[in-house]
Design a protein around this ligand. Sequence first.
Ligand SMILES: Cc1ncc(COP(=O)(O)OP(=O)(O)O)c(N)n1
Ligand SMILES: Cc1nc(C(=O)O)sc1CCOP(=O)(O)O
Ligand SMILES: [Mg+2]
Length: 210
Amino acid sequence: MSAFPATVSRLGLYPVVDSVEWIERLLDAGVRTLQLRIKDQSDEAAEAAVAQAIALGKSYDARLFINDYWRLAIKHQAYGVHLGQEDLAVADLAQIRQAGLRLGISTHDDAELDRALAIQPSYIALGHIFPTRTKQMPSAPQGLAELQRHLTRLTHIPTVAIGGISVARAPAVLATGVGGIAVVSAITEAEDWHEATRTLLALAEPAQPA
Ligand SMILES: Cc1ncc(COP(=O)(O)OP(=O)(O)O)c(N)n1
Ligand SMILES: Cc1nc(C(=O)O)sc1CCOP(=O)(O)O
Ligand SMILES: [Mg+2]
């Protein structure tokens, strides 16, 4: 199987949210990499939100990944799709690649990393780094040392860390050299989501000198 299309080498701040309202707010706030993560709906029920999110992503020239709903992502020509290890068993990867969509894959240990790398995706997600209340995880948090160890074999592909990344923890995560930080509650449960987004953007995507 050949490689999936490339994305940018450093994805920066990567919010993962569950509604079109959040997608629009975050695009307005300057976020350019983000994911629509709707869970447990049929394709029919999710389609309107997926289509609207993709259209919004295009209008802001953003990198909008659709979690799980790969058929809808192809149908509405999303920038990309995010799939976990269980999703890989049921998704038609050849169809996703032929449609020109980028692909991100979740990993949680060395074996999952081997499997993901063999698929040559556009980026690799490494989680969960810290305890998270957003999703029930079957494994233990990997921690920063394990993240750092994984990164030594991932110099050729964009990477994203996920799981329990707060504003306070973001600097230590970014110090490992990981190219992106995917966050849910750090933004959606923040007292002031706009301020949290601004701070995370400044940490993950510092302005380059002219
Ligand atoms: C950036 C990013 N990393 C990991 C995940 C988790 O994907 P998955 O393992 O398929 O679990 P669900 O999100 O589908 O519950 C993600 N969505 N995004
Ligand atoms: C959706 C998801 N996937 C994870 C993984 O490790 O694959 S952790 C996670 C939830 C991340 O939420 P928060 O930023 O609120 O901890
Ligand atoms: Mg999934």
